[in-house]
Design a protein around this ligand. Structure first.
Ligand SMILES: Cc1cc2nc3c(=O)[nH]c(=O)nc-3n(C[C@H](O)[C@H](O)[C@H](O)COP(=O)(O)OP(=O)(O)OC[C@H]3O[C@@H](n4cnc5c(N)ncnc54)[C@H](O)[C@@H]3O)c2cc1C
Length: 501
């Protein structure tokens, strides 16, 4: 039995969010929209400090968040210069010059006993199947640069968005739902000496913002959860070597493709995220293997359009808070955890944190609630972390010390089990609540070079003719649907042209 937590001084009514980046405004939007009638929501942010300025690729779960809040897609896309993201093209990850695609769609059709990959493997063995990619509509549409909302066949997709505009959009949304914004720099955080709970934010300009419950969205500064409450950090840099990035936006030189490009380099990787009005570019690297000048030069020598500003540097440490919720404070966003930018997990994890918080939103503090929240978040983090480590560890690249060390590093047992299970049996270990679905694991495992030794016996039940008919039917359906899709940007321009465009 756990002891009851120290009671908050009063039932929770005043919620104070420290920080107005993506995390802060997503939290303000959700709280004000759903609980705004019974709680006060105040957000404190500092224009002088600003936000991190990166974080522009999302995953499909953002749509769920918007649906819960009643955010309309066309308006949101127009306000944030958003484009469609059907997945990520991984270039030179398995080996230099070898690409694969992680799409958000489903590949083929599963049988209840066995996933599509088993039937495809048998088909490939019998010379009846073409490339695995041919059976996924989203993947083919992405590489063909096509997209539309079709009446009968809904594609799985996410967005590329301008993070600054997204925070502004959510600010307007939150304020319209009653949230209050206070501009100012937090100079001090007051706590109650008896309970240790946070009682107020003291701003440099003398304003004191009191609250019953606090959400730390101060980014890597972690002013509340770490600097005030002293919650430590579990470092994952032995699995995730990258710790620095440079980002630079560039002018658009061609129509945006509906996918993120992730291009592996000698000591990390580069991203390219096309929006309606510009392209986000960046390099993520390990300072143990590449120096800053080299990284900056590599980035600038590989961009397409003219830079719209000087490249800006970001430093980070991969890992997670030992506890996400401590006393009367929950950490969201970069103050809570950061895996690394690959696979765009942070905005999703912010959203998961918000949804769990909304579902357990306390009347007064309760230790079981806090424990439950911490367990759920740690669990989700671990799965997402393993998925990201997979990309670095399972590779044939041996061309630089970085890749040799990535492929030789010891990996978490949880990931080792997944890899062995897939390699031996073609089956995927999957937890229902985890972010990445089976199809994601399969695409990345095969893309990085793991081919299963066996396929399920169910695949033997079909004779060659039946199996060929089954596989061809799926591929033809993909091709037929593909032909109905217009070019991605043609669709975006008519569906959700950027405000002022
Ligand atoms: C290189 C890189 C690339 C990334 N790419 C992606 C991606 O593609 N997709 C994705 O999902 N995520 C990505 N992320 C993560 C992404 O940055 C976060 O999802 C997102 O920006 C959330 O940040 P945040 O709100 O936690 O912090 P921030 O944006 O840093 O916001 C912190 C807020 O706290 C305020 N603040 C701090 N100190 C004080 C103070 N003393 N007083 C008052 N206010 C204060 C700041 O002013 C700011 O408003 C990336 C991260 C990195 C490092």
């Amino acid at each position: 039995m756990h002891a009851a937590a120290e009671p908050a001084p009063s039932p929770i009514r005043r919620v104070v969010i420290a920080g107005g980046g993506t995390a802060g405004w997503m939290a303000a939007a959700a709280l004000s929209r759903t609980l705004g009638k019974v709680i006060d929501v105040t957000l404190v942010e500092s224009d002088e400090i600003g936000t991190i300025g990166v974080g522009e690729a999302t995953i499909p779960t953002l749509m769920t968040f918007h649906r819960l809040l009643g955010i309309g897609e066309q308006e949101f896309m127009a306000q944030t210069q958003a484009t469609i993201k059907l997945g990520i093209n991984f270039e030179s990850w398995r080996d230099v010059g070898q690409d694969y695609f992680h799409s958000f769609g489903l590949t083929g059709t599963d049988h209840w006993t066995a996933g599509f990959q088993h039937f495809w493997m048998r088909g490939r063995e019998r010379g009846l199947a073409s490339a695995y990619d041919d059976y996924c509509l989203e993947l083919k549409a992405a590489l063909d640069g096509r997209f539309a909302h079709l009446p009968k066949r809904k594609l799985n997709y996410a967005y590329h968005l301008d993070a600054t505009l997204y925070a502004r959009y959510l600010r307007r949304f939150s304020e319209a739902n009653g949230a209050r914004r206070i501009e100012g720099k937090i100079a001090d955080v007051a706590t109650d000496p008896a309970s240790g709970c946070i009682t107020a934010l003291q701003l440099e300009n003398g304003t004191r913002v009191e609250g019953d419950f606090f959400i730390d969205c101060t980014g890597f500064r972690a002013l509340l959860i770490e600097k005030t409450l002293g919650v430590g950090f579990e470092d994952w840099s032995h699995w995730l070597f990258n710790d620095r990035a440079f980002a630079v936006p560039t002018a658009t030189v061609r129509d945006a493709v509906p996918y993120t490009r992730s291009i592996a380099g000698p000591a990390g990787w580069q991203w390219r995220i096309p929006l309606q009005h510009r392209v986000g570019n960046g390099i993520v690297y390990s300072s143990r293997y590449m120096d800053d000048d080299q990284a900056r030069d590599t980035l600038l020598s590989s961009i397409d359009g003219a830079p719209l500003r000087e490249p800006f540097a970001v430093r980070f440490r991969p890992g997670q808070r030992l506890r996400y919720w401590e006393k009367n404070c929950v950490a969201l966003g970069l103050s809570a955890s950061f895996i690394e930018p690959l696979e765009s997990t942070t905005i999703h994890l912010i959203q998961r944190g918000i949804i769990h918080l909304m579902q357990t939103f306390p009347r007064t503090l309760s230790r079981p609630d806090i424990d439950q929240y911490n367990m759920r978040m740690a669990d989700e983090l671990q799965h997402a972390r393993d998925f990201v480590i997979l990309h670095f560890n399972v590779t044939d690249r041996q061309d630089t010390p970085y890749w040799r060390d990535c492929s030789a590093m010891p990996i978490p047992d949880s990931l080792r089990h997944r890899i062995e299970l897939f390699r031996e049996t073609g089956r995927v270990f999957h937890v229902p609540t985890e972010l990445f679905a089976e199809n994601s694991w399969i695409q990345v495992m095969m893309g990085q070079g793991i081919y299963p030794r066996e396929y399920h016996r169910s695949a033997d039940l079909m004779g060659d003719a039946e199996l060929k008919g089954f596989l061809d039917g799926i591929r033809q359906d993909v091709d037929r649907t593909l032909r109905q899709l217009p070019p991605h940007m043609e669709y975006v321009r008519s569906y959700a042209p950027a405000a002022g465009a």
